[in-house]
Design a protein around this ligand. Structure first.
Ligand SMILES: [Zn+2]
Length: 142
């Protein structure tokens, strides 16, 4: 298998080419509500002034579940998490590099965005997805 010639994020709110991988959301200029999906108006206040906002790379696990998908692909088990980023924005993703059992999930530990390849097309472009992993950088801080 040859090396990828280019990479693309699997979702348009994942940014790979501007410093560390991070997410970009849409923030209401009136109430500050932030969401990943594009909206014509704020779902919180109805405001129509929406700006793009770089989101924090770290957060906390708000809730989680261990999932197994059945036929036809039989995927899992894996840990699906709802992360509350440091600015309050909620993001749904998978928790990476952890045993897929409830006892292995520690909601007191901060998490950080991580990326991983999910496939390469015939032209050599590699698709990159994101998830979260326990934040080893932040664990050294008091
Ligand atoms: Zn709003």
């Amino acid at each position: 298998m040859s090396e990828p010639t280019a990479t693309i994020p699997v979702v348009d709110y994942l940014v790979l080419d501007d410093g560390p991988a991070h997410l970009v959301g849409n923030r209401c200029e009136d109430c500050g509500a932030t969401f990943l999906d594009r909206h014509n108006a704020c779902p919180n206040c109805g405001g129509r002034r929406i700006e793009r906002a770089r989101l924090p790379e770290t957060g906390r696990i708000e809730s989680y579940t261990v999932l197994v998908r059945g036929a036809p692909k039989h995927i899992g088990p894996f840990v699906s998490v709802l992360v509350r980023l440091d600015d309050g924005t909620y993001v749904k993703a998978n928790l990476i590099d952890v045993d897929p059992v409830a006892d292995a999930v520690d909601t007191d530990r901060p998490v950080r965005i991580v990326t991983y390849p999910v496939g390469t097309d015939d032209s050599g472009t590699e698709a990159i997805a994101f998830g979260f992993a326990y934040d080893t950088e932040g664990s050294a801080q008091p």
